[in-house]
Unconditional design. Structure first.
Length: 376
């Protein structure tokens, strides 16, 4: 009996010991988890992702990160499989861009010898794939010269260099003209446009597709020189308001030509070719698809009081007032080299009030507005 009791007691003691050990292990685990989540939380509060926070703890960089505080590039670095510890300070100083290969490309650019500020310029002038392509090439010479200009494009670097060599133009003009494809032959290598918008840009480097068709309405005979002229609804509405206001001041505005289809433009081209020859056509007549009359947003405007529009008081009035209704003089004499078209005092284009006002106040062309604000 005695022996049995002793045995039972020993068993009980052993059992207590095991429970104690399990208890201690559990307690350590709980405390460990508590500390872990507390640290993760500190990082999460600085907007580091869960994935990045884990990597920060794992690589023992928490105190570094807490000194830098919130930093999107650093977050991306710790999230990335391309994270490279020796570039940590650079990541912290380089501005974040939403680009898939951001960290990989930063590593490559650092290796090529670019500084942090140069890398900032590179990253902000192209898409992810532009930067990836750029990161493969040898270090370029004129980075700051071109890429301190906000609208310079990474992809165009070689064209910038050869254009400025060939023309002697300054960097700003060079970037502007190359972005407008003015370094290319007219009607070659053009951009094709199939979608209508009131801020559309059509010129000798930007072509409308053959089946591009704006929403058209027929212009009331009161405002048109002939029956059946058509235009985009938004443009004709603005024109009517303008013509009515002009009329109150004793002026007569009339539309001589508006929407012309791709086929219409082919006919015009053929007519002028028969009359004046190929050279004339190439120089002065837009090829089919390259005339903005196909957008329904362009009007050739006449005066009811004078046969020569450029000499009329309507022309004078238009120069000062058309922008208030969303129209711009599309082909001014002094900008023939940018628009690619000979001066046409009668040709007005609807671009909306905001753009028209900017173009009027800053005395620029639609092409330049496009490079500055629309060509993203
Ligand atoms: Zn015209």
């Amino acid at each position: 009996m005695e022996g049995n009791k002793k045995k039972k007691l020993k068993l009980k003691q052993k059992y207590v010991k095991v429970v104690k050990i399990i208890g201690i292990i559990l307690a350590i685990l709980v405390i460990g988890l508590f500390i872990y989540f507390k640290q993760i939380n500190e990082l999460r509060k600085l907007n580091y992702s869960f994935k990045a926070s884990n990597k920060i703890l794992f690589t023992m960089k928490k105190s570094y990160v807490l000194k830098v505080l919130e930093n999107k590039t650093l977050n991306a670095a710790f999230e990335s499989k391309d994270y490279d510890e020796k570039n940590l300070d650079n990541y912290a100083k380089i501005e974040y861009q939403k680009q898939k290969n951001l960290i990989k490309n930063i590593n490559k650019l650092l290796k090529k010898g670019y500084s942090n500020s140069e890398i900032n310029l590179i990253l902000s002038h192209g898409t992810d794939s532009d930067v990836s392509k750029f990161a493969k090439r040898e270090k370029i010479r004129y980075l700051e010269e071109f890429y301190t200009i906000s609208y310079a494009k990474l992809n165009n670097y070689d064209r910038y260099v050869s254009y400025s060599d060939e023309t002697g133009e300054d960097e700003e003009t060079t970037v502007m003209n190359v972005n407008l494809n003015l370094d290319k032959e007219d009607y070659t290598d053009y951009v094709e446009i199939s979608k209508f918008s009131y801020d559309i840009v059509v010129n000798k480097h930007r072509k409308l597709t053959e089946n591009f068709n704006p929403h058209l309405v027929t212009i009331s005979e009161k405002y048109a020189a002939e029956k059946g002229l058509k235009a985009s609804a938004v443009a004709i509405k603005a024109f009517i308001k303008m013509a009515n206001d002009a009329e109150k001041e004793g002026l007569g505005l009339i539309i001589n030509s508006s929407y012309r289809s791709y086929e219409d433009q082919e006919d015009i081209e053929n007519t002028y070719r028969d009359l004046y020859g190929e050279n004339y056509v190439t120089k002065y007549v837009a090829k089919p698809g390259f005339s903005e009359h196909q957008t329904g947003l362009a009007f050739d405007i006449g005066s009811k009081t004078s046969n020569v529009f450029a000499n009329s008081k309507e022309y004078k009035w238009m120069l000062e007032n058309a922008y208030k209704y969303g129209f711009i003089l599309r082909f001014p004499k002094k900008y023939e080299n940018i628009t690619g078209f000979r001066s046409e005092p009668w040709h007005y284009r609807y671009v909306g009030k905001k753009i028209a006002k900017y173009i009027y106040e800053n005395d620029i062309t639609l092409e330049e507005y496009f490079v500055l604000f629309l060509d993203k």
